[in-house]
Design a protein around this ligand. Sequence first.
Ligand SMILES: NC(=O)c1ccc[n+]([C@@H]2O[C@H](COP(=O)([O-])OP(=O)(O)OC[C@H]3O[C@@H](n4cnc5c(N)ncnc54)[C@H](O)[C@@H]3O)[C@@H](O)[C@H]2O)c1
Length: 294
Amino acid sequence: MKVLVTGGSGRLGVAVVEGLLGLGHEVVSVDRCAPGRRHGGEWFAADLAVAEEARWAVGRVGPDAVVHLAAVAVPFSRPEGEILRVNTALAHHVCAAALEAGVRSVVVASSPTVVGYGAPGGWVPSYLPIDEAHPVAPWHAYGLSKLVAEQVVRMFAARAGERMRVSVVRPCYVIGEEEWAGAPTQLGHTVRERLDDPSLAAGSLFNYVDARDAADLIGLLLSRGDEVPNGETFFAGAADALARAPLAELLPRFHPGTAGLASALVGDAAAFRNANAERLLGWKPARSWRTELR
Ligand SMILES: NC(=O)c1ccc[n+]([C@@H]2O[C@H](COP(=O)([O-])OP(=O)(O)OC[C@H]3O[C@@H](n4cnc5c(N)ncnc54)[C@H](O)[C@@H]3O)[C@@H](O)[C@H]2O)c1
């Protein structure tokens, strides 16, 4: 397959480009910025938040599949209105351009933040572990922009029917090979610091995923997208929590009111479950901080 990866220069993008190359795909990446870390795919520049540039970029490559990762990826890293505008425009313009160009398969990155954890007004999960059926309630523009991106995917699934298969992946906190080796993670701390001080990972319920595992699931969705409902959503998280103590103990400490719901999260159990990936594709993550941290 010829695959266009948007945001291919980013933290997750580099791993996805490498993962797809490893599966034998021809991979081209488009991003506003050049890849900081070298990857084997071809790269070119475009601002995909501009509809004409998105159309030009997809048309220039003529891919069989598109993996859409480009986004303002960190909550509050830019003014709220800008995050909402850019991320929703990106999702819409890339999917629209893909349909217009006859692309067969599209995977769009969303985020677990759509469920609303950490809301200053107070938030408790409806149940634990959280899966794709859990209610959504974003409380910042980033989470809202990802929820809109998910709706964009469903809109294009409805519009395209069998002409284009579209899926959503909600990667948990992405950790790549450099971060396992000690580089700062997305929010600035190293993995080891997040493990040593549970308050750092508590806000996101100790979720994480190895970037290569997320890339594996995306690769699977490209090759077996026909086997899953069009417009479906998939969590992509590690099987365990990014914590040294059980979440049954940690979650109530940082999220008052969760003691009862969290009581089943004993041992290394995570707060999120890849229910759809497991049920529909038989996918499970292969890596854990226990095996990867150097
Ligand atoms: N990193 C995480 O922990 C995490 C967790 C959940 C979801 N996600 C989602 O996964 C995707 C990838 O995240 P990441 O961590 O690799 O982010 P990142 O910031 O490292 O990469 C995003 C890339 O998108 C590019 N981009 C932004 N605006 C663009 C535009 N207008 N046109 C073209 N390119 C543009 C950036 O230059 C950047 O290289 C994002 O959609 C993010 O929201 C990431």
